[in-house]
Design a protein around this ligand. Structure first.
Ligand code: KG4
Ligand code: ZN
Length: 341
């Protein structure tokens, strides 16, 4: 079964052709990062308009790369939440038009479920058996830091979430304070790889009596550190790059430590058979290596390009929804606050 996967929940127009939830025939992402970088974050209306401008060209190219035409497909899967309302509306309406043109089954996918199913695209040898359920899924992105217990296909329980900022949001906001640009995650990771002297510790906030995340205290601590060093508000003075790399490395370590301690606690508590990493922050090399080092069970992590938003993950999740029944969700609406569990 070949599906078109469509992702437009934020600032990436992601379109892919996926077979049987696993095999990638094409996977294109038209990124708007350069447009939004000027504003230091994603501007929803600009994002929606940009999806409108690029959508058809990306679909055409994705079909061409897969050497297929629309009528060869068996269905369409599209993100219908959570995300930004305007960008979601563009993707869902376009998906309805394509499905109507060829009378194809159409299914709405939760963006977070897409991040989970990115793991099935290539890393799980037998989609029915390996590594077995329950799985602990960490979704760390610009809007979410969730620990989800996946009991079976389509059965989820939310174990922990962030009480304030998400992990990706913390990278992005801290990078802005430190003058490192947008998106912050890759910029902080790159800066942290520069030679640096050790930096005084930043806090690893905990929520009393809970495995929930909290990152806003860490963000404030970075702001205070930057103010103490005279880096913020931004000045024309040269910033010592060794010292800046030290703060970036310490911030990255604080975020990774906070995530890993909770992943380890939850995986032991729920006797999971494996840990799945997903979402843009799961592209972080320190998070990937440290999770592998500390997890008591196998860790499944998609390649970094499949961790950040893309259409392939939506096509993968779509197959698990459509394989048993052909759905036509003509009345599908977008749900910006859609929850998974
Ligand atoms: O999943 P995603 O592409 O979009 C959302 O659903 O939000 O995640 C985007 C987030 C951004 O906050 C970005 O800074 C972060 O993922 N990110 C990273 C890395 N690559 C992207 N964070 C840390 N290290 C990275 N290498
Ligand atoms: Zn995402």
């Amino acid at each position: 079964m070949k599906l078109l996967g469509i992702e437009t929940s934020c600032d990436e127009t992601g379109i892919a052709v996926i077979e049987n939830g696993r095999q990638i025939h094409s996977n294109l992402v038209a990124s708007q990062i350069d447009i939004h970088a000027e504003y230091g974050g994603v501007v929803p209306e600009i994002a929606a308009r940009q999806h409108l401008l690029t959508f058809n060209a990306v679909v055409k190219q994705a079909l061409k790369d897969a050497e297929l035409e629309l009528h060869h497909l068996d269905g369409i899967a599209v993100t219908h939440g959570p995300g930004l309302a305007g960008p979601l509306l563009v993707g869902v309406n376009a998906a309805k038009g394509l499905a109507l043109a060829e009378n194809l089954p159409l299914v709405g996918i939760n963006h977070l479920e897409g991040h989970i199913y990115a793991a099935w695209l290539e890393d799980i040898p037998d989609p029915e058996v390996n590594p077995g359920f329950p799985l602990l899924c960490l979704i760390a992105s610009g809007g979410h830091t969730d620990l989800i217990l996946m009991e079976d296909h389509g059965r989820y329980q939310l174990l922990a979430e962030t009480r304030d900022d998400a992990a990706g949001e913390t990278f992005d906001k801290a990078a802005r304070i430190l003058g490192l640009g947008f998106p912050g995650g890759p910029a902080i990771q790159k800066m942290a790889e520069h030679p640096h002297s050790p930096e005084a510790k930043l806090p690893r906030p905990r929520v009393k009596g809970s495995n929930d995340f909290s990152f806003s205290g860490l963000k404030t601590a970075v702001l205070h550190r930057a103010q103490e060093k005279g880096w913020y508000p931004p000045t024309d003075c040269d910033i010592d790059q060794n010292e800046l790399a030290g703060v970036a490395a310490e911030l990255q370590e604080a975020i990774v430590d906070s995530i890993i301690s909770r992943v380890v606690t939850a995986s032991k508590q729920h006797h999971v058979k494996g840990v799945v990493l997903g979402g843009g922050v799961a592209a972080n090399s320190l998070l990937r290596s440290e999770t592998t080092k500390h997890s008591p069970v196998e860790v499944i992590m998609p390649r970094p390009v499949l961790c950040t938003d893309n259409g392939a993950m939506i096509g993968a999740a779509g197959w698990f929804h459509l394989r048993n029944s052909a759905k036509h969700q003509w009345d599908m609406d977008v749900v910006p606050g859609l929850r998974l569990a």
